[in-house]
Design a protein around this ligand. Structure first.
Ligand code: GLN
Length: 474
């Protein structure tokens, strides 16, 4: 039996029946990494220690932007090389307590800025379904690791789609929880009002199990919300009969790959046959999503990233010749060498939007449009249990295809940014393959704190469709 190929719930079952020991799972996953990570490059670094297995001894990959005590965390950036956090992120703490085995830091776009993992200082990750393709981003390493059986579970973060889009490109399940559902304490900030940590898993059941571990109020994160955490696996058993699901017409427009459209339509049919009722609806402000997101996210990033100046974290670079002053030159030099081109672009865009004279026209306007986008959702969720559509307009593109065209890269986030702007939970579940055998993702969105609805619909669909049983040939 290839243990690395099993799901967490299957492995936990085998442990309970005393058929396998936690050490065997860890060995199987580590061996898998040894064999194929030279091709996939899902990990930046591995944790060689032998973690104490607890009640839930599942090997898990952690995106390289969560603080882990005494272990390097670099956010895919040169500027943070050598940085070791003095504390564990709350999510890491919860995972350690559960007994999960943290096996390494997965690759990501630098500071989570990107949709392909090509912006990593450590080089691109490859898509297990086609090694010449991107795995999506920014949590591309996490999604690729799970798809390639190099991890049973993984943790990602999602600011504008960074869990869902790579999950869709790699044929796995990814959830961006409601803003406030999972503590952000110890997550290295990109855009604090949008960032949310979430699970990436091989199937819907595993995704629910992982959310059970990481969700919940945390007094170290003032934006986390004090609401009880249900047992999300209970939601899996409910059927979808009578649920009212909206199909936003703005998610089926020009730019949508016909193969993606057909797969999503076919998924709707499956759910319809199971008794869900569908209706066409409108989210009229969708077209402003990308502009709004890229103004708000870059503004927050320019402020969050001001702390990397060579003083407290990571690398320090001194200037060869004094130009302004040794201190100011050190800031300049460190940031110049430490940040990659995309991060610099975002810092400049954000600084511009926030600068006096432009603030009202860009940042403030962006906040107002954000409210309009959120109102669209609030209105629909009065009548509908969920909304459904594609996760991404295309399947995984070729490595190198979009790196020199930031606008086309930004536009590919069209279906995912709205959930972050409005704070709602959204999940991507595999819904088929293109003729090139690349995975397609179905996105389901629900009202705030109704992750159970997402699991319920996704599970009903998954059990009929069975796409999760397919594996890439590596
Ligand atoms: N692709 C989006 C961006 O580049 C989203 C990134 C994310 O969710 N971290 O900003």
């Amino acid at each position: 039996m290839e243990l690395h190929a099993l799901t967490a719930h299957e492995l936990l079952g085998l442990i309970q029946e005393k058929k396998i020991a936690p050490k065997e799972i860890l060995d199987a996953v580590r061996e898998r990494i040894q064999t194929i990570d030279k091709d996939v490059k899902a990990y930046i670094r591995l944790n060689e220690s032998r973690p104490d297995p607890g009640p839930c001894p599942i090997p898990i990959g952690i995106k390289d932007n969560m603080c882990m005590v005494d272990q390097e965390t670099t956010c895919g950036s040169h500027i943070l090389e050598g940085f070791k956090a003095p504390y564990d992120a709350t999510v890491i703490d919860k995972l350690k307590r559960s007994g999960a085995m943290l096996i390494g830091n997965t690759n990501m776009d630098e500071f989570a800025m990107g949709s392909s993992t090509e912006n990593s200082f450590f080089g691109a990750t490859r898509n297990p379904w086609g090694l010449d393709r991107v795995p999506g981003g920014s949590s591309g390493g996490s999604a690729a690791a799970v798809a390639a059986d190099e991890a049973i579970w993984a943790i990602g973060s999602d600011t504008g789609g960074s869990i869902r889009q790579p999950a869709s490109f790699c044929g796995v399940v990814g959830l961006k929880p409601t803003y406030g559902r999972v503590s952000r304490y110890g997550l290295i900030a990109f855009a604090s009002s949008l960032d949310q940590i979430g699970p990436i898993a091989k199937d819907v059941t595993d995704c629910a199990l992982l959310l059970n571990i990481i969700a919940g109020y945390d007094n170290l994160d003032s934006t986390s919300v004090d609401l009880p955490v249900p047992d999300y696996t209970k939601a899996l058993k409910k059927d979808v009969k009578g649920l009212k699901i909206g199909i936003p017409k703005e998610y089926f427009v020009e730019g949508l790959d016909p193969q993606v459209k057909d797969a999503v339509r076919a998924a709707v049919k499956v759910l319809e046959d199971k008794g869900a009722r569908f209706e066409d609806v409108s989210l009229p402000h969708t077209e402003y999503g990308i502009a709004t997101y890229y103004i708000i996210a870059t503004s927050e990033a320019s402020s969050n990233l001001a702390r990397y100046d060579g003083v407290q974290y990571g690398i320090r670079e001194l200037a060869q010749k004094v130009r302004k002053s040794p201190l100011l030159d050190m800031y300049d030099e460190t940031r110049d060498i430490g940040f990659g081109p995309e991060v610099k672009r975002r810092i400049m865009l954000g600084t511009y939007s926030l600068s006096s004279g432009y603030y009202d026209a860009y940042y403030l306007k962006g906040l107002k449009v954000r409210t309009l986008i959120k109102n669209d959702f609030d209105k629909l969720f009065k009548d509908f249990d969920a909304l459904i559509g594609p996760t991404s307009p295309t399947t995984a593109f070729k490595i190198g295809d979009r790196v020199n065209d930031p606008l086309s890269m930004y536009l590919s986030d069209i279906y995912t940014v709205s959930a972050n702007l409005s704070g709602i939970p959204a999940l991507s579940v595999p819904c088929g393959f293109s003729k090139e055998k690349l995975p397609i993702g179905l996105q389901i969105m629900a009202k705030p704190f109704d992750e159970e609805m997402l699991f319920r619909i996704a599970y009903a669909y998954e059990q009929s469709a069975q796409w999760h049983k397919q594996k890439p040939k590596l």
